[in-house]
Design a protein around this ligand. Structure first.
Ligand SMILES: *[C@@H]1O[C@H](CO)[C@@H](O)[C@H](O)[C@H]1NC(C)=O
Ligand SMILES: *[C@@H]1O[C@H](CO)[C@@H](O)[C@H](O)[C@H]1NC(C)=O
Ligand SMILES: *[C@@H]1O[C@H](CO)[C@@H](O)[C@H](O)[C@H]1NC(C)=O
Ligand SMILES: *[C@@H]1O[C@H](CO)[C@@H](O)[C@H](O)[C@H]1NC(C)=O
Ligand SMILES: *[C@@H]1O[C@H](CO)[C@@H](O)[C@H](O)[C@H]1NC(C)=O
Ligand SMILES: *[C@@H]1O[C@H](CO)[C@@H](O)[C@H](O)[C@H]1NC(C)=O
Ligand SMILES: *[C@@H]1O[C@H](CO)[C@@H](O)[C@H](O)[C@H]1NC(C)=O
Ligand SMILES: *[C@@H]1O[C@H](CO)[C@@H](O)[C@H](O)[C@H]1NC(C)=O
Length: 482
């Protein structure tokens, strides 16, 4: 899920240039390699897989990988160890903060949670608190609580003194479906926790110099690993498995390296959008004046294609800004593909006879109808596998399906320049590599995203086979828990 632009207000910087020139802190050596325990498979229909990471020589740069848990293809989790607590968190490239619910959280969603909470007695408080907000105008949620520091281990890589929020009040459903919170893999410029702990340290609002120079010490977990150069390459990659319609794929998070067998040159790399301060971006520090920072994992896209034909461009105006481009946010925390409402209507009425005759009805279609929705990125087409485009409409019925993967979202505005948010259906179909580059001096090594299609050439035939198999199985698709 993406963090609401409103939360940018929390990132207020002193406009006075700092007189003292701060330098990025030296890469710290306060890390250890250890192994995360697999999380109990509560509600996870695919086992969390984990590749052992060798304990390497301290001089060697590190990398690690871990399997991803999947609940109904809408909620992907990874195991994480915080202090002595091993739990699962929602993998989210649309936000930048790490939080888990504490055992003090008594809100309705926390009471329904089955995940392991963070014990209050083990909290190392920083004195700072935070209130994180998520979603858009319709789906806004929050998570608030004290900021604590602890050792955090993800994919076999550990960082000591990692700031995170121990959430005592939330209405965010990330604490359901086996998860206990969210790990945000976005850029430091969107981290409310970094902003709050750096402010707490100085006892006032942070200057841009102080903020940027604390990325490697107080920034988000994986950004710190990249900024402190403790991982082989400043990147992570995500592949998501398919657990409905046709169980397949290999859900995996790698940090510091591409997945085994994947060659850099097979990916299409495109630059991440940099946000000027007038777009809601981070102010440059005096020691790197002229730098423009990334805010979100967002790239420019070209035409959007349905079944090989380009769809007409959206005519919806951005909200209070002027843009000459169409951007897409790449968001693992979004269970859908969300885009401009006119294009979404166009897609739904093209594929669903029911929706075409009445836009208030469900966009149903025959399960064996194979459609290809594709996005032009870096001059190449990256499609959504026909198996990820639709889902079963009613239990035990393999003829009647529904397009549940596409929905409308807000037009671009200040702090959110993107028109599309490509979530899990896109990420099940494409391997995505998120390259941070140089987080303090982006001009030196700009952030970029690499894409590799995982859609087999016979994907339509595979959908047909899955539908036939389901029909022979009383209308139950493979992976259907009912
Ligand atoms: C964490 O586990 C270690 C080793 O079992 C133990 O010594 C330590 O007291 C534990 N810490 C907390 C806060 O429970
Ligand atoms: C956090 O923000 C939400 C949404 O703005 C608000 O409803 C909630 O009361 C806030 N919580 C705290 C503890 O400030
Ligand atoms: C980023 O670039 C700056 C300026 O060239 C350099 O000092 C710093 O070491 C670089 N950071 C990393 C992590 O390579
Ligand atoms: C991929 O290869 C290009 C060209 O060789 C290189 O510049 C880039 O750093 C590589 N990226 C990654 C993530 O390995
Ligand atoms: C959409 O707009 C872009 C930029 O103006 C243009 O290049 C492209 O051809 C348009 N696409 C369609 C389908 O009209
Ligand atoms: C698809 O399903 C419909 C209705 O269930 C059926 O009439 C049609 O023959 C099927 N088409 C294919 C290609 O299997
Ligand atoms: C599946 O649902 C469709 C639409 O509601 C219905 O016409 C059809 O009879 C159902 N098939 C089965 C096997 O229940
Ligand atoms: C799809 O292609 C794969 C790999 O070439 C092959 O093993 C499989 O049998 C094909 N399936 C169908 C339904 O065509």
């Amino acid at each position: 899920m993406y963090t609401a632009p409103a939360s940018l207000c929390a990132l207020l910087f002193l406009l006075l240039p700092a007189l003292v020139i701060a330098l990025p802190v030296k890469p710290s050596n306060n890390w250890v390699v250890s192994h995360a325990k697999p999380v109990a498979r509560r509600g996870l229909s695919v086992p969390l897989q984990r590749r052992e990471v060798d304990r390497r020589n301290a001089e060697t740069l590190l990398a690690g990988s871990i399997g991803v848990g999947d609940v109904g293809d809408t909620f992907y989790t990874v195991a994480i160890k915080i202090g002595n607590t091993t739990t699962a968190v929602n993998l989210d490239t649309g936000s930048s903060d790490l939080w888990i619910m504490s055992d003090g959280c008594q809100t309705p969603v926390c009471k329904r949670s089955t995940a392991t909470p963070f014990p209050a007695e083990s909290m190392h408080l920083t004195g700072a608190t935070v209130n994180l907000t998520y979603g858009d105008s319709l789906t806004g949620t929050h998570a608030s609580g004290p900021i604590v520091m602890d050792e955090v281990t993800l994919a076999g890589l550990a960082m000591q003194m990692q700031p995170l929020a121990a959430v005592s009040n939330t209405d965010n459903t990330a604490v359901l479906n086996g998860g206990a919170g969210i790990i945000g893999l976005g850029f430091p410029s969107q981290s409310n926790i970094q902003s709050a702990v750096v402010s707490e340290k100085f006892g006032r609002s942070v200057t841009a110099n102080e903020f940027v120079s604390h990325i490697s010490s107080l920034g988000p977990l994986v950004s710190r690993m990249a900024a402190a150069s403790i991982i082989q390459q400043p990147l992570f990659t995500v592949t998501l498995q398919r657990d409905t319609i046709d169980v397949s794929g290999n859900g995996q998070l790698t940090i510091g390296e591409l997945p085994d067998g994947v060659d850099n040159s097979s990916l299409t790399w495109v630059p991440v959008r940099l946000y000027s301060t007038t777009d809601g971006g981070l102010q440059a520090p005096t020691y790197a004046a002229g730098e423009t920072y990334p805010l979100r994992w967002e790239v420019a896209i070209g035409n959007v294609y349905l079944d090989g034909k380009p769809l007409a461009n959206s005519t919806i105006e951005p909200n209070g800004i002027a843009t000459s481009f169409v951007d897409a946010l790449i968001d693992t925390g979004n269970s859908l593909i969300r885009g401009p409402s006119d294009i979404v209507n166009n897609i739904l009425s093209s594929v669903s006879p029911a929706y075409a005759s009445n836009a208030k009805s469900k966009p149903t279609l025959s399960c064996n109808s194979s459609h290809s929705l594709a996005f032009e990125i870096g001059g190449q087409l990256f499609s959504v596998d026909p198996r990820d485009f639709l889902s079963q409409n009613s239990a035990g019925n393999a003829t009647d399906c529904v397009v549940s993967s596409v929905a409308p979202t807000d037009p671009p505005g200040f702090g959110s320049l993107f028109s599309w948010s490509l979530g899990d259906p896109f990420l099940k179909s494409n391997l995505v590599a998120f390259y941070y580059g140089n987080l303090t001096h982006p001009w030196e090594d700009p952030p970029r995203i690499g894409f590799l299609s995982m859609v087999p050439s016979n994907a339509s035939a595979l959908l047909g086979d899955a539908v036939t198999a389901a029909m022979e199985n009383g209308g139950k698709f493979e992976g259907d828990p009912r």
